[in-house]
Design a protein around this ligand. Sequence first.
Ligand SMILES: Cc1ncc(COP(=O)(O)O)c(C=O)c1O
Length: 434
Amino acid sequence: MNAPIRFASNAALAARRDAATPRGVGVMAPFFAARAENSELWDVEGRRYIDFAGGIAVLNTGHRHPKVMAAVAAQLERFTHTCYQVVPYDSYVELAEKLNALVPGAFPKKSMFVSTGAEAVENAVKIARAATGRTGVIAFSGAFHGRTMMGMALTGKVAPYKMGFGPFPAEIYHAAFPTHGTDPTRALASVAGLFKTDIDPKRVAAIIIEPVQGEGGFHIAPREFVLGLRKLCDEHGILLVADEIQSGFGRTGKWFAFEHFGVAADLVTTAKSLAGGFPLAAVTGRADIMDAAPPGGLGGTYAGSPIGLTAALAVIEVMQEEGLLERSVALGERLMSRLNALRARFPQIAEVRGLGSMVAAEFNRPGTDEPDAAFAKRVQTLALERGLILLTCGTGANVIRFLYPLTIGDTLFAEGLQIFEGAVIDAAKTSGLA
Ligand SMILES: Cc1ncc(COP(=O)(O)O)c(C=O)c1O
């Protein structure tokens, strides 16, 4: 590996950042990236970190996977932009074919591409409205669907995502997402309750759900709940939209988390790990529904960038060649058993949950249901000081989520877990409950 490139000190860059960029773009790490490789990242002062954040679930195939880099380098030699709607290119069609085959559902499908997850969500809502002629959309408490106006409207957490940014698009309703063992029947009743209190089901175009909530705290939707939603949608002619932006592309041990439920959504949004570190997002869905919008109604200047598409085609090959779905299951099992062993020792760990490698530990004040965001933050900070990048999540900011690359080697994975464990032990010491 080459010697680290020295740009400036972290402190000097932070001072320039504070003067030049708005505080609304919150930044977690007190250091600046210089380079990264698979599961490791080096800062501008040459310090090395193990990356269990993956740029928020983007790097299931790791930083700069050689195969992805080679595909992108080859594309850079051909062309970087034509705007697909002006002069099309084959990679758009090829990735659409691949996603249509991979996304759950034994029916004809079509796919379209944009650049970010929020844009994919926006387009899923546009398509659902065009296809049904209805306007209403139901989302869930704790959901996160992005920072655009519709993304914010659908997001089920006010601070910091919605504060001061309204008004939001109309006709958006929220039902309670079942967490912490909530009875799925009660949760379904909360959705059906909206039809009595808020909106006629005949006016609902779509119900959008994260099969495993991401920002909301890695809560896994109970199977009966998803089956019930599918039934409710079918009864009322409502489209079911699966937001697989964080849960997709192998994170849960399957290509898509919905595969765990054995039912298909009508529309599926993907982004993040889809293109291994390059900006790309997609909406895939039933062909007739996807065709509802008129020509010109969908797209964008950079929508379906050839760079992102080429990267995504390489990502799919890497996932297949390297058996990353199996690896996701194996790593997740290893992590879950380590976390459960820690939970037996530390009452601050209230719950450990996971599906494949979409795993999280939730921290509460011992003996209570009160979220302990300070404890989660302390673990995160101690880990970072010791060279491990972790992310928190959860409506109470009291959950640590694990988003390591599925390409991580065993030794580095074990080193990361060791740092995490040490951080929990020391955080417990300072909270006086060790
Ligand atoms: C489930 C989900 N949907 C949508 C988004 C928004 O994606 P983006 O940040 O690429 O706009 C995210 C981002 O975290 C997400 O986790």
